[in-house]
Design a binder for this molecule. Structure first.
Ligand SMILES: *Cc1c(COP(=O)(O)O)cnc(C)c1O
Length: 468
């Protein structure tokens, strides 16, 4: 547990050595805030190498051909792209600008896949003219792509996004069922040069067996495609590879157990006794499972070792026999350990009924994903000027948007060593989604600056110079 700040029910974040070093150096933290403003997103991508090799080791054990595509929407920095490419990965892009920036950065076309949920013609055009594989979501996209490729006289290289059809997997808005794709392809005008290079799917949640079932179905579709004369070479199982932000399963269990016992008007744990979507001490899908036991390599091992039907081969052997490359598109779990968000305390005060508040130079879109809360204890860095007196309350963190519900985090925090305006608060391990996915410039407040460690010093990431 961090001794200067922790949740009233603590959730102690796992910190990388570089994070420990940074938060242990108040002078450096202050310099970063003074140079770049508050908050500032700080990146050190060293952990990406470890994350990649955990996955590769599991794939090597099954002797399968394996490739990782970093899902760029998880973190917008160009430094993350550079590092992913240096680690031998490709990049999964979700928009025209993401694609353009990757190409401009020198990512080879065959290391990019376009998986955007909706694809404007300009995006399809750039992908086709650069030779980047497009993951097709639907028939209209296929028609738009064929028309553009015909204009160019070019080859169209696609993956088909498969909506997995299995009772254990919930319905999805993404992709089409196998039967529909096969029908569309056999109806396509002869002469249109479509090359189906692979099958793609991406599932909600983190269940290993669901991925096994998806790969199993994709391999069936590949058999059909081969009969139709296509030469698919990969199955891409998308992202959702789990990671764990916490070391302690106990803390995670204890937090939800205590939240379940909280009376309705009791704010000792959360703002307005917010249950964060839990019921009966069990966290719901409103929050990311910040503690997970089975992650990355061990998780992939489960995917590959699974036998989908009695008497059939394990998924790893089936891929090997079919000579099919397995691809994945991790976002969050690749960025694990690669960033933190540093912010400055602006004020301390009390809500009109006496509840203590700590205000930060930051708004709540700057450390948040689409889920109900960021469930890690921040780290307090004592950096306040000596003329500010520290107080010792337990308090909520509030931010810059002019709404009553502008809580940076929904949990209550203890400050046993006190806190004062000018102190700094670090939000750990935010690089995967928690900095960028919902950040907003509302109120004309500028977006947070992004810096990275280049091996010698902290420098600005080029993304903040890009115009969209
Ligand atoms: C979001 C997304 C990913 C990345 O998911 P993570 O949970 O960050 O691993 C990969 N592929 C597709 C198609 C996505 O939409």
């Amino acid at each position: 547990m961090n001794e200067k700040m922790y949740g009233t029910a603590p959730l102690t974040a796992r910190l990388e050595p570089w994070m420990e070093e940074l938060v242990g150096n108040p002078t450096l933290c202050k310099e970063l805030i003074d140079a770049h403003g508050s908050p500032v997103n700080v990146h050190e991508y060293g952990a990406m190498g470890r994350n990649v090799s955990e996955l590769r080791t599991a794939a090597v054990a099954h002797q399968i051909d394996f490739q990782i595509y970093f899902a760029r929407k998880a973190n917008k920095t160009l430094g993350a792209i550079d590092r992913a490419v240096r680690e031998g990965c490709g990049v999964d892009v979700a928009s025209l600008n993401e694609l353009r920036q990757c190409l401009d950065r020198g990512v080879p076309a065959d290391r990019i896949i376009v998986s955007a949920a909706v694809k404007p013609k300009a995006l399809l055009h750039l992908a086709i003219t650069s030779g980047v594989t497009i993951s097709l979501d639907n028939e209209d996209e296929l028609r738009d792509s064929i028309a553009l490729a015909d204009d160019k006289g070019g080859q169209l290289t696609v993956a088909l996004r498969l909506a997995i059809d299995h009772p254990a997997i919930p319905p999805t808005r993404f992709g089409l069922p196998a039967s529909r794709w096969l029908q569309i392809l056999s109806d396509a005008e002869p002469g249109s040069a479509i090359e189906v290079a692979g099958i793609h799917f991406h599932l909600n949640g983190y269940d290993a067996h669901a991925r096994s079932l998806g790969i199993h179905e994709a391999l069936h579709v590949i058999e059909q495609l081969r009969i139709m004369g296509h030469e698919p070479s990969f199955v891409d199982m998308g992202g959702g590879i789990p990671m764990s932000y916490l070391d302690s399963a106990e803390q995670w269990k204890d937090f939800w157990a205590r939240l379940a016992l909280l009376p309705d008007d009791d704010e000792s744990l959360t703002w307005k006794s917010d249950r964060l979507g839990a019921s009966g001490g069990i966290p719901g899908s409103a929050v990311y499972p910040y503690y997970q036991g089975l992650i990355r390599g061990a998780w992939l091992e489960q995917v590959l070792a699974y036998v989908p039907e009695p008497g059939s081969k394990a998924i790893g052997s089936a891929l090997l026999d079919a000579q099919i490359q397995l691809r994945c598109e991790p976002g969050r779990s690749l960025m694990d350990g690669c960033g933190l968000t540093l912010s400055e305390v602006a004020f301390k005060k009390k809500r009109s009924d006496g509840v203590p508040l700590v205000g930060l130079h930051m708004n709540r879109t700057q450390c948040r994903s689409t889920s109900a809360d960021f469930l890690l204890d921040p780290v307090l860095v004592h950096a306040a000027p000596s003329n500010r007196k520290r107080t010792f309350d337990s308090a909520f963190l509030v931010g810059a948007y002019c709404i009553e519900e502008e809580l940076l985090l929904r949990r209550r925090f203890e400050f046993p060593a006190g806190v004062a305006a000018g102190d700094l608060i670090a939000f750990p391990n935010t690089a995967g989604y928690l900095m960028h996915i919902v950040e907003s410039a509302s109120h004309q407040l500028p977006l947070a600056a992004n810096v990275l460690w280049d091996g010698y010093e902290w420098v600005a990431d080029d993304i903040d110079q890009m115009r969209l």
